[in-house]
Design a protein around this ligand. Structure first.
Ligand code: AMP
Length: 216
């Protein structure tokens, strides 16, 4: 089963992906998390990606696509969070899936007003070790700066600073929004209101996944 989560930065894709992965045993493929880990490790991939990530720009398609293709080689249950991010990546994904005999089962679009997305990004905190997502206002870690799950350091993402967050929203509008039209015509497309609470959004997503599983 292949499920894609689309949505602007700050719309809650990462939070929902973590919840759904646990609940439905998906492999969570989060391209942004992979880049952050590789950058922290100063790997060759990290070095290629770091200037783009810091500036809030998209990493070149060939770098991302190669990275995703390697992880999707084996057929399985995947939840794609942050990929595809533009039309070229969506077309590459179709090719990758064709090669391994899979198809896209569900595409979710988490909708959120840009003002609220910026507000959420400014209070978002993440664990550098396990990528668990916190919120300084509504869901702080039990001990300040320490991840509840793994004890890793909880920080604000560099690219969540206001200027870069605004830039990322612009990139989303220009490059990722057109994907909505690409997938909208398909039966697999579902628009979900991300302004609701995380529990409500999770319930809405879960209901669709449950019914897709039953229909298979
Ligand atoms: P995210 O954690 O999804 O907000 O991604 C953080 C950053 O990683 C983005 O602003 C991009 O610089 C980079 N990135 C993540 N996914 C992709 C992708 N599919 N294509 C290009 N760049 C990406």
């Amino acid at each position: 089963m292949i499920v894609i989560l689309l949505g602007s930065p700050g719309s809650g894709k990462g939070t929902q992906a973590q919840r759904l992965a646990g609940k439905f045993a998906f492999q969570h493929l989060a391209t942004g998390d992979i880049f952050r880990t590789e950058i922290a490790q100063k790997s060759a991939l990290g070095l290629k990606a770091q200037d783009y990530v810091r500036a809030g720009k998209l990493v070149p398609d060939e770098v991302v696509t190669e990275m995703v293709a390697a992880r999707l080689e084996v057929r399985g249950k995947y939840l794609l969070d942050g990929f595809p991010r533009n039309l070229a990546q969506a077309q590459s994904l179709d090719e990758i899936l064709k090669r391994n005999g899979s198809t896209i089962d569900l595409v979710f679009y988490l909708t959120l007003h840009p003002t609220e997305a910026i507000r959420r990004m400014s209070s978002r905190r993440i664990c550098v070790q396990c990528a668990d997502v916190y919120n300084a206002l509504s869901r702080p870690p039990k001990t300040d700066g320490v991840c509840d799950k793994c004890g890793g350091k909880v920080i604000q993402r560099e690219d969540d600073a206001e200027a870069t967050a605004a830039k990322r929203l612009m990139v989303f509008n220009d490059l990722t929004e057109p994907l909505v039209a690409y997938y909208k015509a398909e039966q697999v497309f579902h628009s979900i209101d991300a302004a609701n609470s995380p529990d409500q959004v999770e319930a809405a997503l879960s209901a669709v996944i449950e019914s897709a599983r039953t229909a298979r």
